[in-house]
Design a protein around this ligand. Structure first.
Ligand SMILES: Cc1cc2nc3c(=O)[nH]c(=O)nc-3n(C[C@H](O)[C@H](O)[C@H](O)COP(=O)(O)OP(=O)(O)OC[C@H]3O[C@@H](n4cnc5c(N)ncnc54)[C@H](O)[C@@H]3O)c2cc1C
Length: 378
């Protein structure tokens, strides 16, 4: 069997790459090891409308759940502030449906998709799957964080997310809770899907995520769990080389999810789009620089923001609960108004700088992260 391109991983990045390559008339096979595209859903489903537009995916009615109107951010001592996020135009979508929608786009362009088919290894002429050998010119690794686990475990932390019914979940309001003792280096979240239904999750370094999430839910009040997922997330930013010979690495497999929140529908998705376009060009010209153009485009677009997010993450990892509580006391209504009006969901380090008061208090920043703080401000 021969295809110009074989993509391992039928999720957002792999399917977008396949859509772009097959749009130019090349033959593409996507192999997905799970039994259904979009399942199991390991995602909160938060994405900006601007991001979806750039990915060229206008959500179907069944993909789109609802608009997010505000985000409540709370400190370990339960002090909180509310950001009005209407201007950011963020939606909560169903990943099960979104991925199927992209699969449909790819299929319409000529992509062939096989579920319950897993990539096993690269061969001299292509790849081996559990269903046999397939020859190809280019192999695309879109296997998500599972592809990184063998390369570098140091950037991986555990996460748990439960889908629950609970009358304390309110439509339109996301919640983010910081507590360095309970979820070191990360946070807990509540993402509503509708009134009384949503996803509650946590991630953190060196913790038992299931036990921690169970105890948060016990504190919150009555709830029923309808689904549980446990997934590793990658917080170290992009890997060094997106292209290795005839292998092109995209999406979470290339570290393209945000180092601050691990959100990657947009940034990993764009990795798929840029890679797909570069591969299509390479298949025409056979010019290696066309293939390498993918890494350049992604880095031009997201490289600087990701560097800043990695530094923002370093700051968070150095803060203890007392310092976070104190920082919350310094957040004025003017800062909240400024963030509400100007924040960009996809490029959010500007808001982090404002929240940390870094511009006004260089001294605090220096104490927190030494000389490196300049990189965050640049
Ligand atoms: C708990 C949680 C919540 C999240 N919430 C958000 C959010 O709200 N917003 C946001 O933007 N992002 C969120 N993310 C991140 C987002 O889910 C990812 O960035 C995005 O799914 C990455 O897409 P991908 O295509 O690169 O990889 P994945 O979506 O990880 O897809 C990889 C695919 O490869 C398949 N695969 C793996 N190995 C093989 C193999 N050997 N052969 C064939 N197939 C294989 C897998 O089954 C999977 O379908 C969240 C992540 C987690 C874990």
């Amino acid at each position: 069997m021969y295809f110009d391109v074989v993509v391992a991983g039928g999720s957002v990045a792999g399917l977008l790459a396949a859509r772009e390559i097959s749009a130019k008339g090349h033959s593409v096979l996507v192999v997905e090891e799970d039994y259904e595209i979009g399942t199991p859903e390991h995602c909160g489903g938060l994405v900006s409308i601007a991001g979806l537009e750039e990915l060229e995916v206008i959500p179907f009615r069944k993909t789109f759940d609802h608009m997010i109107e505000s985000a409540e951010i709370s400190a370990p001592n339960k002090n909180k502030f509310l950001i009005n996020s209407k201007n950011q135009k963020v939606v909560e979508i169903s990943r099960r449906e979104l991925d199927k929608q992209i699969a449909f786009q790819a299929q319409k362009n000529g992509t062939v998709i096989r579920v319950r088919t897993s990539f096993q290894e690269i061969t001299n002429t292509g790849v081996r799957t559990n269903e046999g050998k397939i020859d190809c010119k280019i192999f695309v690794d879109a296997r998500g964080v599972s592809s990184l686990i063998h390369k570098d475990r140091t950037g991986i932390i555990s996460s748990a997310q439960y889908e629950i019914y609970a009358d304390w979940i309110h439509k339109g309001q996301v919640k983010v809770m910081f507590d360095q003792k309970k979820y070191p280096g990360f946070f807990a979240w509540v993402i509503p899907s509708s009134e009384g239904k949503g996803k509650v999750g946590i991630a953190g370094k060196g913790i038992n995520v299931a036990e921690t999430l169970d105890s948060i839910l016990e504190e919150k009040g009555n709830y029923s769990t309808i689904r549980k997922i446990f997934a590793p997330i990658w917080i170290k930013g992009p890997i060094k080389n997106f292209v290795e010979g005839k292998t092109v690495i995209i999406g979470d497999a290339a570290g393209q999810a945000k180092p601050t929140t691990a959100g990657g529908i947009f940034t990993s998705g764009m990795g798929g789009v840029y890679a797909g376009q570069a591969i299509a060009k390479f298949l025409k010209t056979n010019n290696k620089s066309d293939l390498e153009d993918y890494q350049k485009r992604w880095t031009d677009r997201f490289g600087k923001e990701f560097e800043k997010q990695i530094f923002a993450r370093k700051i968070l990892e150095k803060l203890d609960n007392n310092t976070i509580n104190k920082l919350f006391e310094t957040i004025s209504p003017e800062i909240i108004k400024d963030i509400s009006e100007k924040d960009d969901f996809d490029f959010h380090t500007g808001s982090i700088i404002k929240l940390l008061g870094l511009k006004g208090s260089i001294k605090t920043a220096k104490v927190l992260i030494g000389g490196e703080f300049k990189k965050l401000l640049s």
